[in-house]
Design a protein around this ligand. Structure first.
Ligand SMILES: O=C(CO)[C@@H](O)[C@H](O)COP(=O)(O)O
Ligand SMILES: [Co+2]
Length: 218
């Protein structure tokens, strides 16, 4: 069964706490926090202060997806704010290896993220040091976009790479996940699915989380 990480980008910004509580009650495995700087992506969202504010109100692991230029400037702040996983885009820095090492030095799980236009070969040399790979299945920056179906083969490729036993990482997918697309990414090898609009733009977020899990029950 796939793990589900609801993204608070589609939650109620005026009153996040009830949405976070409902996600946890629905069996969410992680809470996904999308961090945007207006440079790497054409949108702005949350900073480390938001992570620090959420930390005491949930026991779900906090999965921080940094969509910011030169993330090594901020990884320490996110780790110290209480992140359990910090994801950095390979396209966002010439020093991806350093950024990932910095995250690990804080005892936090290090994740490398791939944009839809980036091939798996771009991250091959950091695979031995990452805990997780995040495959973007939409162009980063906004919730509520359509799943890019061609990304399924990228998930399969990554899944094959870890079968060799040399690397041990989880595969997470992000963007356009719903009850139509979740089965396909799970079959391809995804372990964790981020879901924003599918969960929070619904009258019944708990039912939505359960549906994603049921669709992948083998
Ligand atoms: O990182 C991002 C967008 O950049 C995501 O985490 C979105 O927040 C997912 O939203 P949905 O596609 O599930 O609505
Ligand atoms: Co995200």
């Amino acid at each position: 069964m796939i793990k589900v990480a609801p993204s608070i980008l589609s939650a109620n910004f005026v009153d996040l706490k009830p949405d976070i509580e409902v996600a946890q009650k629905g069996g969410a495995d992680l809470l996904h926090i999308d961090v945007m700087d207006g440079q790497f992506v054409p949108n702005l969202s949350f900073g480390p202060g938001m992570v620090a504010a959420i930390r005491p109100i949930t026991s779900m692991p906090l999965d921080c997806h940094l969509m910011i230029e030169n993330p090594e400037r901020f990884v320490s702040q996110f780790c110290e704010a209480g992140a359990d996983i910090v994801g950095v885009h390979v396209e966002s820095t010439p020093h991806i290896y350093r950024a990932l090492e910095m995250i690990k030095q804080h005892g936090v799980k290090a994740e490398v993220v791939l944009n839809p236009g980036s091939p798996v070969s771009l991250i091959q040399d950091v695979l031995p040091i990452v805990d997780q790979v995040l495959v973007m299945t939409v162009n980063p920056g906004f919730g509520g976009q359509k799943f890019i179906a061609q990304m399924t083969s990228k998930i399969q490729q990554l899944n094959q790479l870890r079968q060799t036993g040399e690397n041990d990482f989880k595969i997470e997918v992000d963007g356009g996940i719903n009850d139509d697309t979740v089965g396909e990414v799970y079959q391809a090898g995804a372990d964790i699915a981020v879901a924003g609009s599918y969960v929070f733009n619904s009258e019944d977020p708990i039912a939505q989380i359960k549906k994603l899990k049921l669709r992948t029950k083998s």
